[in-house]
Design a protein. Structure first.
Lengths: 905, 215
C-alpha cells in the first residue's frame, strides 16, 4: 500500500473539444490513475467527466521514449534519410544557442528582405498548444512580428469555410446544435460523437435517451456518429451541397409559405432587400441604406424605417442608387427590382430533390422526406422564456463536418446550412443552429460584444480591404491571407486561418507575379508534426529540411523535429503550471452555464531535466533583452488574464525574472478577483487545492439572435452583396498585377451561389495527372476520439483501446467491393493516388459506400517512437497540395481519388 | 439482500473506450488485458447497415459457469451477486476462461509492459505479483463498493463507492446499483426500459442489462 496518496486536480486540453476537468491519483509521488473531477459535475456541462485521451496522460508522463535533456543536432545535413545525430547538452548551452540566434536576427531586423518575419512559429491542434505553453505567447508578443503561416493541417483539416463564413453570418467560428433543446439534427459528416468531446457526447446521449432527439447522419461511411444516429444516408463524397440545395428547393417550391417563419425573414434577414440590375442592393440615395418595399406605404424605404410591412416577395418599380465595386455607382430611375427572397426562389428552381438524389447517389424520396421532417420539427411560431426573456423556439439544427466545409463546395454548404435555419427562424435561437465562439472578430471573449451594426443593417465584419488604396498588395506573411482572402480578417488567429498550405506550396517556387516565399531564419515548433499531419508529406518534409534553424519544444523525437537544430524538453501535462479560462460558449459543443478559470499543475516532478514552459519563455525573454516587454505582456493578459482590473492590481515587476510559480500565483490572484468581482484574491495555493473557480452566467449568452434583435441587426441572408463586391475588387487588384492563377477562386464570390459539380473537381484533377492510371475510388478520413490528431500516437494505451473500434490502423473497404477485387479481411492492400501510395491491412465493412475507402488517423510515422512501429497507412502522403483544389477561402478538403489493390505482405 | 446489477444504455454508448481505459487504470491491468471493453458490432448489408457499440465484461451471472468448472474453488459468488476469484486458490488452469460465454476472463503468465521490456514507474507502483498466472476479470470494483459501504456511501450514486467504468462514462450510459432496491438507479432504469441480457438463453442469469429503448 502506498504511504502517501493524493488526488490532484488538472485539466486536459489535448483536443479542441476541451477542456476536461480531471484529477490524477498520485501514490508516493508516482502518478497512477486518471479519473473525472467529480466535484466539477456541479459546473461542467459534461458531468465533470474526461474523455479517453486523458487516460493516456500517465503513460505519457512515464514514456521511456521521452526526451529528458536538451539536445543539439550534430549532422548539418537535414532530411528524412539523414540521422540528425542529436547529442545531449545543458540548458545553459541550449539557451545560449537559441538566444544567440534570436539576437543575431534582432540585430538584422525582424523582417527579411522580401518583407516576411524572420521568425516563424507553428503550433498544432486548433490552438490547443497554447493551453500547455505557459507564458510563451507573452514572449512572442514581446518579440514582435512572427509568421504563423506554416500550418500543420489548418485550412485542410479544420472547418475552414465554416470558420470564415460562419463568423461573417452569425459569429460562428464553428457551429453546433442547441443540443439540450433541439429535437432534430441533420449532420452532414460531422462526427460529433468522436470529435465533440465529453460535452458533445454527454448532451447528445442525454437527448437520445430522454428526449427522442433524432439525428440523421449523411456521409459516405457509417461513422461513430452515424452509428449513434437514427438514420444513415450514404451520400457520395462532396455532394452535400446538392442535398442541401435540394432541401432548399423543396422548402421554397413544394411547401406552403406558412411552413416558413415569415416574420423572421422579413424583420431579421436581408430577404426583403431590393436587388439592382447590376447585382447590388438598391439604396436610398441620401443615406445609402439598402431599400425594401413597404406594403404599408406602398413605397421603397430604407431597411430600418420604423413601422413597415416589408414585402418578402415581388417585383417593384422605384428610383434608387446602386453601389458597385471599386466605387462604381448607378443612379436608377424607374428601375424594376425584385426582392432578395424572390431572387432566391427563382435561383433555387433547378435544384429539385430528384436532381439532388441523382447527384448524391441516394434512394429516391430521401430529400423530400427529410425536408418534411425538418419542417415538421421546426415548430414555427413556438417560443420559450429564458431568464425572463421570450425567444423563438426552433428545435431543428443542421451541422457540417470537416471535409464538407473545407475546399470547393464549402461556401455553398455553409450558405445553405445558414439559410435553411433562417427560413424557419432557427438560426441562433433556442433549439436551433448556433455558433460557438469568435476567433476573427473582437473581442475574442464575447460573441455578443463583437456584434456591431453596419451600414447595410448586418453585422460589421473586419474584412481585409480590397479597395485600391488599402489592399495589402505585398503579403506581410507567407500564406498571404490578408492579400488573397478578405474573409480571413486580421486577428491574431487570421494567419493560421489563411491558406496555410500555400506557404508550404510556394516554398517550391512562387506563381507568376508573386514575391518569393523565403524560409524563416528561425522556426519554433511545438505540439505539431506537419511532416505527418499535413499533405504531400514527402515534399513537405523536404521543405522543412530546407529551414536553416528550427527550435523544437519536444516531448519525443518525431518526424518534424527530426529536422530541428535544437530540442528543448518541456515539462508535460501533469508536470507544469498553467491557468486557463473555462466556460462560456466555445467549440465544439462547450456550452456552459458558468465561466471562470482552471489550473493545470505539477502532480509529479518533471522527468529528467524537462522544464516548465513558463520558465523556458522567461529565460528566452531575459537572454534576448525582452524581459520588460515580456513581463508587460503578461501584465496585459497574455497569460490568461490581465493582472490588474477594477479594485485589484497584481502586476509583475517588469524589470526582473519571475519563477513560473510566482507568475502563475499573480495570474491566479487576478483571476480570482475577476471571477468574484474583487471579493476573492486567492492565489496559486487555492487553485492547487480546488482546481477551478467559476461564476454562473445566463443561458441567454448562448443565443446571438437576442443581441441582433436588440440592436436591430439582420442576418446577412440570403443575398451576398458584400462578398460579391469584395470578390470583384479582389479580382481587379490581382489582375492589375497580372495575377491570373487565382481566377477560379474568384468565381466563388457569388451573390447567390450555384451548386457546381464539386466531385468533378477532384475527378478532373486526378484525370489530369493520371498518366494512364485509373483512380476510381474516393479516399476519405474520419475523426477518432482516442487520438488527438497524431499528438498522442506514441501512447500505447491509445493504440490498444482504439483497436477495439473497427478501422483503426487499416484501410476500410466495402465488403462487396473487396470481394470484387479479390481482397479479404486483413489482406495487405496498396492505396495509390497520382501522387503517392500507402499500404495497410484491408478492413471489410458493410457501412461504407462501394466507391469509397476510409483511413482513420494518418499515422505513417517513421521517427516517432512506438508510433513508427504501428505501420499504419496514411492518406496524407497521397493528397496533393494544389491551387486547383484550393477554394476562395484558401482551404482544401481531405479528399483524394485513389486506386486500391492487394499486394504481397 | 442486496443484488448488485448494471444497466448499460446502448442508445447512449459511443464506443469511445473511456470505460476501457478507466478500468485499465483503476485495476492496473497490464497491456492488452481489458476487464471492460466496448465491442463495435455491424449488422446488415449496404446501405441498410446498423452499427452498435456494446460494452462487455464479466456479467456477474447468478449461475456463473466459471464457478461451476473451477476445480480449486477459487471462483466464488458473494451473496450480493459479485463473482470473485481468490488468487491464493486459483491454479491458473483456465477452465473458467473456456467456460465463460462472455470471454470475460484473462490469464497472464509473463509481465508485459506498455513500452519495451521494462516497467514504467507507474507500472512498477501498481504491480501485483498475485495476479500472475491466475484468472482475472472484472470485479465491479468490489473494493470500492465494500470500502464505500463501510463509509456509508451508496454504490452507483457516490463515485467513491462506484465501479470505475460507471464513473468514467462520458455518455452516462452506465447505471449501477442494487437491483433489489426498487428505488435504486439501476432498478428504475430496468423497470422503465426495454432491455436484453447477453446470451440469456444459456441460463446464466447475467446481471448486465442492455437497454435498447424506453418502455
Amino acid at each position: 500500500m502506498a504511504a502517501d496518496v493524493r488526488k490532484v486536480p488538472e485539466y486536459c486540453y489535448q483536443c479542441v473539444a476541451g477542456p476536461d476537468l480531471l484529477q490524477v491519483k498520485v501514490e508516493d509521488g508516482v502518478a497512477t490513475e486518471i479519473e473525472p473531477n467529480f466535484r466539477a459535475a456541479e459546473v461542467h456541462p459534461g458531468g465533470g467527466k474526461c474523455c479517453v485521451k486523458a487516460y493516456g496522460l500517465v503513460q505519457k508522463t512515464y514514456n521511456p521514449n521521452r526526451l529528458r535533456t536538451p539536445m543539439k543536432r550534430t549532422n548539418p545535413q537535414k532530411g528524412r534519410d539523414h540521422d540528425p545525430g542529436f547529442v545531449p547538452i545543458s540548458w545553459d548551452e541550449v539557451f545560449d544557442i537559441v538566444a544567440g540566434k534570436l539576437n543575431e536576427i534582432r540585430a538584422k531586423g525582424l523582417i527579411d528582405e522580401v518583407g516576411y518575419p524572420r521568425v516563424a512559429a507553428s503550433f498544432g491542434g486548433g490552438g490547443t498548444p497554447t493551453y500547455y505553453m505557459g507564458t510563451f505567447p507573452a514572449f512572442l508578443s514581446a518579440w514582435g512580428p512572427v509568421d504563423f503561416s506554416f500550418g500543420s493541417g489548418q485550412g485542410v483539416k479544420c472547418y475552414h469555410s465554416e470558420h470564415l463564413y460562419g463568423e461573417l453570418w452569425h459569429r460562428a467560428f464553428t457551429v453546433c446544435p442547441d443540443t439540450p433543446t433541439t429535437r432534430f439534427v441533420l449532420s452532414f459528416g460531422a462526427n460529433s460523437e468522436a470529435s465533440a468531446g465529453v460535452v458533445g457526447v454527454w448532451r447528445h446521449a442525454e437527448g437520445r435517451m430522454n428526449r427522442h432527439l433524432k439525428r440523421v447522419q449523411l456521409e459516405p461511411h457509417l461513422s461513430i456518429t452515424g452509428a449513434c444516429s437514427a438514420e444513415w444516408v450514404p451520400l457520395k463524397p462532396k455532394t452535400d451541397a446538392a442535398f442541401l440545395f435540394g432541401m432548399l428547393h423543396a422548402i421554397l417550391h413544394e411547401h406552403p409559405r406558412e411552413a416558413l417563419d415569415i416574420r423572421f425573414l422579413k424583420d431579421h434577414t436581408g430577404s426583403p432587400y431590393l436587388i439592382g440590375p447590376n447585382g447590388f442592393y438598391l439604396r436610398d440615395p441620401a443615406s445609402q441604406k439598402p431599400l425594401l418595399w413597404d406594403g404599408r406605404r406602398n413605397a421603397a424605404v430604407p431597411y430600418d424605417t420604423p413601422d413597415t410591412d416589408p414585402a418578402l416577395e415581388g417585383e417593384f418599380t422605384l428610383d434608387a442608387l446602386e453601389l458597385g465595386a471599386d466605387g462604381e455607382t448607378w443612379n436608377h430611375t424607374g428601375v424594376r427590382a425584385e426582392t432578395a427572397f424572390t431572387k432566391l426562389v427563382r435561383h433555387m428552381e433547378p435544384y429539385t430533390p430528384d436532381w439532388a438524389e441523382k447527384i448524391c447517389d441516394i434512394r429516391p424520396g430521401t430529400v423530400r422526406r427529410i425536408t418534411a421532417e425538418y419542417l415538421e420539427h421546426a415548430q414555427v411560431g413556438a417560443t420559450v422564456e429564458i431568464d425572463g426573456e421570450t425567444l423563438p423556439l426552433r428545435p431543428v439544427a443542421i451541422i457540417l463536418g470537416k471535409t464538407v466545409t473545407n475546399g470547393w463546395g464549402g461556401y455553398e454548404c455553409c450558405w445553405a446550412r445558414t439559410l435553411i435555419p433562417c427560413l424557419v427562424g432557427a438560426l441562433e435561437v433556442p433549439g436551433g443552429t448556433l455558433g460557438t465562439t469568435v476567433r476573427l472578430n473582437r473581442p475574442a471573449t464575447s460573441r455578443q460584444a463583437s456584434v456591431k451594426k453596419g451600414r447595410e443593417g448586418f453585422m460589421e465584419f473586419p474584412m481585409n480591404p480590397t479597395d485600391k488604396e488599402h489592399w495589402a498588395e505585398r503579403p506581410a506573411v507567407r500564406n498571404a491571407h490578408a492579400t488573397l482572402v478578405p474573409l480571413s480578417a486580421n486577428s491574431p488567429w487570421s494567419t493560421a486561418l489563411g491558406p496555410t498550405h500555400l506557404a508550404w506550396l510556394f516554398r517550391d517556387g512562387s506563381p507568376e507575379h508573386w514575391p518569393e516565399v523565403t524560409a524563416p531564419e528561425l522556426w519554433f515548433v511545438y505540439r505539431t508534426n506537419p511532416a505527418i499531419s499535413f499533405w504531400d508529406t514527402t515534399a513537405l518534409t523536404r521543405r522543412i529540411a530546407d529551414f536553416p534553424f528550427t527550435v523544437a519544444f519536444a516531448y519525443t523525437i518525431d518526424e518534424t523535429n527530426w529536422m530541428a537544430d535544437v530540442l528543448l524538453p518541456e515539462a508535460t501535462d501533469l508536470e507544469s503550471l498553467q491557468l486557463i479560462r473555462i466556460g462560456g460558449t466555445k467549440f465544439i459543443e462547450q456550452f456552459w452555464d458558468h465561466e471562470g478559470f482552471a489550473l493545470r499543475q505539477p502532480a509529479v516532478k518533471p522527468q529528467g531535466e524537462a522544464r516548465d514552459f513558463t520558465d523556458l519563455a522567461t529565460e528566452l525573454a531575459a537572454r534576448t533583452g525582452l524581459l520588460e516587454k515580456y513581463n508587460r505582456a503578461i501584465n496585459r493578459g497574455a497569460a490568461c488574464a490581465p493582472l490588474s482590473g477594477e479594485g485589484y492590481d497584481f502586476q509583475l515587476a517588469t524589470d526582473q525574472k519571475h519563477s513560473a510559480e510566482a507568475i502563475w500565483d499573480h495570474v491566479c490572484r487576478a483571476a480570482s478577483a475577476e471571477v468574484t468581482g474583487g471579493a476573492a484574491q486567492d492565489g496559486l495555493d487555492w487553485f492547487r487545492s480546488n482546481g477551478y473557480r467559476t461564476r454562473p452566467i445566463s443561458r441567454l449568452t448562448w443565443y446571438l439572435f437576442r443581441e441582433l434583435r436588440n440592436q436591430g441587426i439582420r442576418f446577412e441572408m440570403p443575398f451576398q452583396e458584400r462578398l460579391y463586391r469584395h470578390g470583384v475588387e479582389l479580382g481587379n487588384r490581382l489582375h492589375e498585377r497580372g495575377i491570373q492563377w487565382w481566377n477560379t477562386q474568384l468565381t466563388e464570390y457569388q451573390t447567390l451561389p450555384a451548386c457546381k459539380d464539386f466531385p468533378g473537381i477532384w475527378e478532373k484533377d486526378a484525370t489530369l495527372h493520371a498518366k494512364g492510371e485509373e483512380y476510381p475510388f474516393w479516399l476519405v478520413t474520419t475523426r477518432s476520439m482516442q487520438y488527438a490528431w497524431g499528438g498522442n500516437a506514441g501512447i500505447q494505451l491509445m493504440d490498444e483501446v482504439s483497436k477495439n473500434l473497427r478501422g483503426h490502423g487499416g484501410v476500410v473497404i466495402n465488403t462487396s467491393t473487396a470481394e470484387r477485387l479479390g481482397i479479404q479481411e486483413g489482406d495487405l492492400v496498396e492505396v495509390r493516388s497520382y501522387l503517392h501510395g500507402t499500404k495497410g491491412p484491408a478492413m471489410l465493412r458493410q457501412g461504407i459506400r462501394p466507391d469509397t475507402l476510409l483511413m482513420i488517423g494518418q499515422f505513417d510515422h517513421w521517427a516517432t517512437p512506438y508510433a513508427k512501429d504501428m505501420k499504419a497507412p496514411s492518406m496524407n502522403s497521397l493528397v496533393p497540395m494544389s491551387i486547383a483544389l484550393t477554394d476562395a477561402t484558401g482551404s482544401a478538403a481531405d479528399l483524394v481519388k485513389v486506386s486500391v489493390r492487394r499486394v504481397a505482405a | 439482500m442486496t443484488r448488485w446489477a448494471m444497466a448499460i444504455d446502448l442508445r447512449a454508448c459511443v464506443g469511445c473506450q473511456t470505460c476501457t481505459t478507466a478500468c485499465r487504470h483503476a485495476n492496473a491491468t497490464p497491456p492488452g488485458v481489458q476487464w471492460r471493453k466496448v465491442l463495435d458490432v455491424e449488422q446488415g448489408e449496404f446501405p441498410d447497415v446498423k452499427r452498435t457499440f456494446v460494452p462487455v465484461g464479466c456479467m456477474h451471472c447468478s449461475d456463473p459457469p466459471c464457478m461451476h468448472v473451477c476445480p480449486s474453488t477459487a471462483t466464488k459468488q458473494r451473496p450480493d451477486g459479485i463473482v470473485t476469484i481468490d488468487y491464493d486458490l486459483c491454479i491458473g488452469c483456465g477452465y473458467c476462461a473456456v467456460a465463460c460465454p462472455y470471454q470475460a476472463r484473462h490469464i497472464v503468465h509473463e509481465r508485459e509492459f506498455a513500452y519495451d521490456d521494462a516497467p514504467s514507474k507507474s507500472e512498477d507502483a501498481r504491480f501485483d505479483e498475485k495476479r500472475m498466472s491466475v484468472a482475472t476479470k472484472c470485479t465491479w470494483c468490489v473494493d470500492r463498493i465494500d470500502d464505500g459501504l463501510a463509509k456509508g456511501l451508496k454504490p452507483g450514486v457516490d463515485p467513491e463507492a462506484t465501479p470505475a467504468c460507471v464513473n468514467s462514462c462520458i455518455a452516462n450510459a452506465y447505471t449501477f446499483g442494487d437491483l433489489h432496491d426498487p428505488e435504486s438507479n439501476v432498478s428504475k432504469k430496468v423497470d422503465s426500459t426495454e432491455w436484453f441480457r447477453m446470451h440469456e438463453e444459456l441460463g446464466t442469469d447475467p446481471h448486465i442489462f442492455y437497454v435498447v429503448d424506453e418502455k
